[in-house]
Design a protein around this ligand. Structure first.
Ligand code: ADP
Ligand code: MG
Length: 389
């Protein structure tokens, strides 16, 4: 954890005039491989990162929920006596969506004050939104005396689903389940293979002290982002329909190669080729990781990037530049864009001893091209959400 709990406790006391009764944390994530596969019922392989959102809470006497964020000016308020509706401030909708989901699941929420503080960059593709939702959910459950996880009354995956639904219905973002699932279920030193069809999880050892993941943030979000995501979803669903399968998960490269041009249009064929190839790469990457073969893993990362760039059309020059720089650095096994694309972050799998030099080279090259230095930080696979006290 990198947010300092003592600081957040102190701020809670300053804002609410009393001590916090409990605290939880939930991490952001990067996806090692398996991009744009989640909404095709495919596989993803994220890790929780060493950046998170902390929520300190204390119950109130009344039926009010008050959310204050260190990262936002305005607070968000919910009156538990009335219906939960989205509104202003916008960030509060992530919290309100979780409130609505917990109530619907039958949790008897109590009036609570919550102070949130995070160091996952907002809107940077590292899923600050899921970390906010999950931290909110766990804090509310704790305050209601109905914790999630071991000993709690709510199944961890059920909490992830509630958070995903919050993002769909209250924040208007049609995200897959990956972000919330890894925020809840991620483990230190493990990459999490998630089958997005049935929610089953396999934890893959990823704890070699000699290897780290660099995260380089382009700090751009190209305007096409929102519509581009929805368009690709639709193209995938259209391709699956024409291929006569439920989802692209249910087809394979051979079937695609045999799909006559009249069936899928050129764009659909490219999209399907990415998804089918990416699902295959993800499963092969798991094998490579289990064998400790980082070289093979890295090659799959590069291949993933090329597919996202050329077949899925979701990369951008900033992401391509980072991947190209990484290729030139000593000790680098592989690199790719991560997250939805059109900006956001790229990740680099690199030997620990070479990580600082690689980060410097990547940031320096980027600066020459784009006149600003992108933040680059190293992380290992961190723990998923947990109760702090
Ligand atoms: P990402 O999840 O990649 O960071 P999103 O656009 O999905 O990007 O979510 C970012 C949004 O989540 C922010 O604009 C803000 O509304 C909300 N958010 C996340 N963390 C916090 C926080 N600690 N305080 C307030 N809002 C937050
Ligand atoms: Mg998000």
């Amino acid at each position: 954890m990198s947010v300092k709990l003592q600081d957040v406790k102190r701020q809670f006391a300053a804002v609410f005039g009393r001590e916090g009764l409990g605290a939880v944390r939930a991490p952001g994530r990067v996806n090692l491989i398996g991009e744009h596969t989640d909404y095709n019922d495919g596989f993803v392989l994220p890790i929780a990162i060493e950046r998170d959102t902390v929520a300190v809470w204390a119950r109130r006497e009344d039926r009010t929920l008050r959310f204050v964020s260190r990262e936002a000016k305005e607070s968000a308020v919910v009156d538990l006596a009335g219906p939960v509706e989205k509104g202003e401030p916008k960030w509060g909708n992530y919290c309100k969506g979780v409130v609505a989901g917990l109530l619907k699941a039958g949790v008897e929420l109590q009036g609570t004050d919550i102070l949130l503080a995070g160091d996952v960059p907002l809107g940077g593709g590292l899923s600050s939104s899921a970390s906010l939702e999950v931290a909110t959910g766990l804090a509310l459950l704790a305050a209601a005396g109905a914790g999630a996880g071991v000993g709690g009354k709510m199944e961890p995956y059920a909490l992830a689903k509630i958070c995903q639904k919050a993002e769909h219905e209250f924040a208007g973002a049609p995200c897959g389940i990956m972000d919330q699932a890894v925020a809840v279920l991620g483990q230190a030193g493990r990459a999490m293979l998630l089958d997005c069809r049935d929610g089953t999880v396999r934890q893959i050892p990823f704890d070699d002290p000699e290897v780290v993941v660099l995260v380089a943030d382009t700090q751009v979000k190209h305007a096409i982002s929102d519509g581009g995501y929805a368009a690709r979803r639709d193209q995938c669903y259209a391709a699956a329909k024409k291929l006569g399968v439920k989802m692209l998960r249910d087809t394979d490269a051979a079937a695609l190669a045999g799909a006559p041009g009249k069936q899928l249009n050129a764009v659909e064929l490219k999209r399907a080729r990415h998804v089918v190839g990416e699902i295959d790469r993800t499963l092969r990457a798991v094998g490579a990781l289990e064998a400790g073969d980082y070289r093979a893993f890295g090659e799959l990362m590069y291949a993933s990037h090329i597919s996202l760039r050329d077949d899925y059309d979701v990369s951008c020059e900033e992401l391509d530049a980072i991947v190209a720089s990484a290729r030139e650095c000593a000790g680098v096994y592989g690199a790719r864009m991560t997250g939805g694309g059109f900006g956001g972050c790229a990740i680099v799998l690199v030997r620990q001893e070479n990580a600082d030099a690689a980060a410097g080279t990547i940031a320096g090259n980027f600066e020459k091209l784009f006149n600003r230095r992108p933040p680059v930080f190293a992380t290992r696979a961190a723990a998923g959400a947990e109760t702090l006290f």
